[in-house]
Design a binder for this molecule. Structure first.
Ligand code: PLP
Length: 392
């Protein structure tokens, strides 16, 4: 098996699984209990929180565990709107956010807020002029992703912070860093962030665990009410096993960060060069050259991405046609590729390869060989089925 769908989810590392299982079978206490088992569980939660806080240069008290990236994103938008404490009726985001941000923005719109979606260029880069124009004294929140999940563009968060400070200093600043965490440098202080969302299962931790950074001076009401866990902000008994796994995944990722990112980037670039060499004009690279290390989005001319996906799958190669977290939606085509100005054909023929540290150049050789075979077969079949479309 060659797994190239790591932006959808990742394989849990053995060390992470061990920590998770230990917290289920040995240290299984409730962190709120006063006895030794409870204290052990509390210690695990505390340690994981400290590891995650350090990874983004936050204070441990600014990290709240959630169930996933989606919950973190929802919490920010819904809590800011519900707060009533912060001024403004305008939320600024981009056209290429994950539905975990776009849907709560629609919810806010229905409540009477104005939502401005800033466009992107053909490299999936935010239009800074449009952002500067949109920022004003009525801006409540700016939510812009750190890395786009479909093509891997890295948004210029430092520049965004500058513009926000200049044009809308009262606005709160959130980034969905689900695809950026442990693949780029994320320093909440340097970036002047008020909120940052991350998710465990994108970095070899189990599914069902995420975290939200909330700057100490920012006060928004809790999204989940109940027993008052997570400093009253996110009630519900902490998932100690998943928190243990998340902490261990971050610890491992931090330990070899630079070398790991370099390896992923080199493997990805090897695949990219191979595709350009093998397919020439029959392949269009949709990911920007300066994107995140792990993502390569390519359109194969005259092909249907979904068909290629299944043909590759038959050969043990797993890829995605876009954002797997939202790809069950019946809406036609990727809203990200559309916002980048791609043609319908290019959108239909797009495949996302997303790598992890486990991938190798030998695997990429195998992928290139199989890709050539399946693209040739698929194109030939399509030409037979639709001869008119392919006449010169
Ligand atoms: N935000 C981005 C950019 C994502 O890529 C994803 C998932 O792919 C999410 C949010 C949702 O994260 P989760 O699956 O942890 O809810």
């Amino acid at each position: 098996m060659i797994y190239l769908d790591n932006s959808s989810t990742t394989q849990v590392k053995a060390e992470v699984a061990e920590k998770t299982v230990n917290a289920m079978t040995k240290d299984f206490g409730n962190p709120s209990s006063l006895h030794r088992l409870g204290l052990n569980a509390e210690k695990i939660v505390k340690e994981s929180r400290a590891i995650i806080a350090k990874a983004v240069n936050a204070d441990p008290s600014e990290i709240y565990f959630t169930s996933c990236g989606t919950e973190s994103d929802n919490t920010v938008i819904k809590s800011v709107v519900e707060s009533g404490k912060y001024r403004g009726k305008k939320i600024i985001t981009t056209e290429v956010e994950h539905p975990a941000v776009l849907k709560p923005c629609e919810w806010a719109e229905a409540k009477g807020y104005t939502v401005i979606k800033i466009p992107v260029n053909k490299n999936c880069m935010i239009d800074l002029e449009a952002l500067e124009d949109a920022l004003d004294a009525d801006t409540l929140l700016v939510s812009v992703m750190a890395v786009n999940n479909e093509v891997g563009s890295v948004m210029p968060l430092e520049k965004l912070r500058e513009l926000i400070t200049k044009k809308a200093p009262q606005a709160l600043f959130h980034t969905d860093a689900v695809q950026a965490f442990e693949k780029t440098e994320l320093d909440v202080k340097k970036l002047g962030l008020d909120f940052l969302s991350i998710s465990g299962h994108k970095i070899h931790a189990p599914k069902g665990i995420g975290a939200l950074y909330v700057k100490k001076s920012v006060h928004v009401p809790p999204f989940m009410l109940g027993g008052g866990q997570e400093s009253q902000f996110r009630s519900g008994t902490e998932s100690v096993p998943l928190i243990a796994g998340f902490g261990e995944a971050v610890r491992l990722a931090e330990a070899d960060k630079a070398a790991r990112i370099k390896h992923i980037r080199e493997t990805r670039d090897y695949l990219k060069e191979g595709i350009i060499k093998t397919f020439g004009e029959r392949a269009q690279i949709n990911s920007p050259g300066d994107g995140v290390c792990s993502i390569l989005n390519v359109s194969f001319t005259g092909c249907r991405g979904e068909v290629l996906l299944h043909m590759l799958e038959e050969n043990g190669i797993y890829v995605s046609t876009g954002s797997a977290c939202s790809s069950n939606s019946k809406k036609k085509g990727s809203h990200v590729l559309r916002a980048m100005g791609l043609s319908d054909d290019a959108i239909e023929g797009a495949i996302r390869f997303s790598l992890s540290e486990f991938n190798t150049k030998d695997e990429m050789d195998q992928v290139l060989k199989t890709l050539k075979e399946v693209v040739d077969v698929h194109s030939a079949l399509l030409k037979l089925q639709h001869p008119g479309k392919f006449r010169a």
